[in-house]
Design a protein around this ligand. Structure first.
Ligand SMILES: Nc1nc2c(c(=O)[nH]1)N[C@H]1C(S)=C(S)[C@@H](COP(=O)(O)O)O[C@H]1N2
Ligand SMILES: [Mo]
Length: 365
């Protein structure tokens, strides 16, 4: 009564399972990538959807493996491209496993990389290998595979199991004494103690020599009336240069590799600095550039509220954390909090070269 052929009543026809896996993997890759840019709680739904999608994939991939694994044991029935299929299955299990482990365990690192970073790498590989697999194995679902209301219920049930598991996951992790899940809606876990004690992280390769404060100057220019440059003393020594130098606020630095640090930051408000140089009417963006070439750009109105920090948690910023000056961009993800800043420029457009610069800075001069 509960079985349809060799399937249970809960299980959609094979071609629909395959089609759903394809669609969900696509959605997981896209939602995972977009989440790297999501830093405010109004994006919490995206992280939830990514988790529920992943847990639904566990069910779908389980059905698929139950269907195809017996065939793999019979050499005569091994079809074309079976190597790719096996690779894909292995990567998919690893991607789902690391995702679930990340959401259940404490901050785990594997040779320096967080489990979350490993999960991202595996997820991207799954996306790529899946496209390759489709070249051998793609079959469109047929009209007769779609059994109307029944199919709808089967898929609703699958996503329902995913959603329920997601809700229970924290509780289950806690019960099993596994340390519980992430502390923040982004999936990040609290890291470090006070002041400068939190992980020093580069997006890819930045690892400059300590900046010599005697030589260093901050250049502020671009679409401004009066370009100016400032020494460390100008940015730390009271108000004699015409702006407050110990403006402060508490903000969360949330790295996409899966940790965050909640700190009080002090320094110069970007808006105060811009007031000194006078952006021209066509200036719409602010580009913040590191001595390494690493950079990010922000809409002018948003950037005015950012801080160019010289201190963290009451301590002078350490070299690793970007001394003498690092950006504090509340609501933005960690990779946009540029360290070792030596240029702030007002521009007319968003700086698209930033997408290249953050990957290659540190490799090229
Ligand atoms: N110049 C520069 N700034 C950078 C980075 C970098 O690689 N180069 N890494 C970013 C990333 S990915 C994060 S999470 C934060 C980490 O800051 P921290 O090292 O002080 O923890 O700095 C950001 N600022
Ligand atoms: Mo990061």
């Amino acid at each position: 009564m509960w079985a349809v052929g060799d399937r249970t009543a809960f299980e959609p026809p094979p071609r629909l399972v395959d089609g759903a896996i394809l669609v969900l993997v696509g959605l997981e890759v896209v939602s995972g990538l977009v989440s790297l840019l999501a830093g405010t709680p109004d994006w919490a739904w995206l992280f939830a959807a990514h988790a529920i999608g992943g847990l639904s994939l566990v069910v779908l991939v389980g059905w698929k493996l139950r269907r195809v694994l017996p065939g793999l044991r019979r050499p005569s029935s091994r079809p074309d491209g079976v190597g790719v299929s096996v690779l894909l299955a292995t990567l998919a299990i690893a991607a789902l496993g690391t995702g679930i482990a990340w959401a259940t365990l404490d901050l785990v690192r594997i040779s320096g990389f967080t489990l979350l970073t490993v999960h991202m790498g595996l997820g991207l590989l799954v996306g790529g290998v899946l496209v390759w697999h489709l070249r051998h194995r793609f079959r469109l679902p047929r009209r007769r595979d779609v059994e109307g209301r029944r199919t709808m219920l089967q898929f609703a049930g699958t996503v329902g199991v995913g959603a329920l598991t997601w809700r229970l996951q924290d509780a289950l992790g806690g019960l099993a004494g596994l340390g519980g899940g992430p502390d923040r809606f982004t999936g990040s876990e609290r890291a470090g103690g006070a002041g400068n004690e939190f992980p020093v992280t580069s997006w890819v390769a930045d690892d400059p020599e300590p900046v010599d404060p005697a030589e260093w100057r901050l250049a502020v220019g671009g679409a401004v009336r009066e370009p100016a440059s400032f020494a460390v003393a100008d940015l730390t020594g009271g108000e004699r240069v015409g702006f407050e130098t110990d403006a402060g606020e508490t903000a969360v630095l949330d790295c996409t590799s899966g940790w965050y640090a909640d700190r009080h930051w002090q320094g110069v408000r970007v808006g105060d600095l811009l007031e000194r140089v006078g952006p021209t009417a066509d200036g719409r963006w602010v580009r913040v550039v590191s001595v390494t070439g690493y950079r990010w750009s922000f809409p002018l109105a948003e950037a005015r509220d950012f801080l160019l920090a010289t201190r963290v948690g009451g301590e002078p910023l350490s070299h690793g954390h970007g001394a003498p000056l690092r950006l504090v961009a509340p609501g933005r993800r960690g990779f946009q909090w540029v360290k070792w800043i030596d240029r702030v420029e007002v521009t007319r457009h968003r700086d698209l070269s930033q997408w290249l610069a953050i990957f290659v800075s540190g490799f090229v001069e």
